[in-house]
Design a binder for this molecule. Structure first.
Ligand code: NI
Length: 386
């Protein structure tokens, strides 16, 4: 795949960094080893390093040879997922129950590659701000960095991020203006009944039947309540209850996620979830508590920055490989929070392999590393051209 020759020249170093991080995955806010590698590499290239921004986050600051000027932020996420890896890669996860199943090991490495290239050249006027964010996978790493005054301490005029995309062809880059990724809530629902012998249900209040009925009824929020022209998802992703064949438990719990693109649809889904739960609770004589928490904002790319990113992408992969037609997805991304504070854009970079992210057999194609690094590096050089 095409990329900057100078970055291509140290591709082996990038692959080594990526495989090392991959073998030692850390989940959100536990990225101690990973952020240590990031800080050490940045410092070794003469980049000013600030640590512990948003707990385990790292920020690197590099001013170009033209002196201070505008400031361009580049952001990568560093966290792994709490899941087992099932690949047989020689550098597979050494940490049980931890896996870079979303390729953030690659994102971290690409941003390191861009930082190294920019430090070696410094061919720009202004400042590059390298933002290595913890805890993207639903734990609020972006918000933690913002709460630590990320943009007050390290102001950015624009900010860019990227994600690997096994669903795109290798060498394709997608970036478009406007809403690109859904907003997300996570919810927990606790159904409390009255336990009894499995053979004597009439002596209890069965929370299992109530929970199953509730899980089914919640599916009507999207199919019957939401405006069919508005995108919405309600997924129950966890259901837990019971411990024995002959015991009706006291409690059942459900959990899951709501995805929407508009505040109105999000509020409708939350309200209907509470109403349906209350109704099912009354129907079955059980108590149902609903806890819904906003986790991700809708990710909205800013027009001029999306266009700038598409131009830089065309330079690297060719205009025919840059996809600018808006194709929003229901997945979510907490870079959205940063884009609410600073104008910018989020790109998807295609790579070989067709196992989706978050699958235990997901494999990030190392060929993507110089491409992503080149995209990020050229964004700084282009936006901060003297
Ligand atoms: Ni991800």
């Amino acid at each position: 795949m095409p990329s900057l020759p100078q970055i291509e020249a140290f591709k082996d170093d990038l692959v080594a960094i990526r495989r090392d991080i991959h073998a030692h995955p850390e989940i959100g806010f536990e990225e101690v080893r990973t952020s240590g590698i990031v800080a050490e590499k940045l410092a070794s290239w003469g980049i000013e390093v600030h640590r512990n921004i948003g707990k385990t986050g790292v920020v690197g600051i590099l001013t170009g040879s033209g002196g201070p000027g505008r400031r361009i932020g580049l952001r990568a996420d560093m966290d792994a997922l709490p899941m087992e890896e099932t690949t047989n890669l020689p550098f597979r996860s050494k940490n049980p129950g931890r896996f870079h199943g979303c390729g953030h090991d690659g994102h971290t490495t690409m941003l390191l590659g861009a930082a190294r290239y920019l430090a070696e050249n410094r061919d720009f006027t202004g400042t590059a701000v390298f933002v290595f964010q913890p805890a993207e996978e639903g734990l609020g790493g972006a918000r933690a960095m913002l709460a630590d005054k990320l943009f007050e301490r390290f102001p950015c005029d624009e900010i860019y991020g990227l994600h690997n995309a096994p669903n795109l062809e290798p060498g394709q880059i997608s970036v478009f203006p406007g809403p690109a990724m859904a907003g997300a809530d996570f919810f927990d629902i606790k159904v409390t009944g009255k336990g009894s012998h499995g053979a004597m249900p009439h002596q209890g209040r069965d929370p299992v039947v109530a929970a199953i009925t509730l899980a089914g009824a919640l599916q009507t929020i999207v199919s019957r309540n939401a405006d069919p022209r508005e995108a919405a998802v309600v997924s129950i992703t966890q259901i837990h209850a019971g411990s024995a064949y002959n015991v009706i438990p006291e409690e059942a719990v459900l959990a899951g996620t709501i995805r929407t693109f508009s505040p109105e649809t999000a509020e409708l889904a939350r309200q209907r979830m509470r109403e349906i739960a209350a109704g099912i609770g009354q129907t079955f004589g059980v108590q149902i508590e609903v806890d819904i928490r906003g986790i991700f904002d809708v990710l909205v790319n800013h027009g001029p920055q999306a266009e700038a990113a598409a131009c830089v992408a065309a330079e690297i992969v060719g205009a025919q490989n840059v996809l600018t037609e808006p194709k929003p997805v229901m997945g979510s991304e907490d870079f959205a929070d940063m884009l609410r504070a600073v104008p910018g854009a989020y790109c998807w970079v295609g790579h070989a392999g067709n196992v989706p992210v978050h699958n235990p057999a997901f494999i990030l194609d190392d060929g993507i590393l110089p491409v992503g690094a080149s995209l990020l590096a050229r964004l700084v050089e282009t936006r901060l051209a003297a």
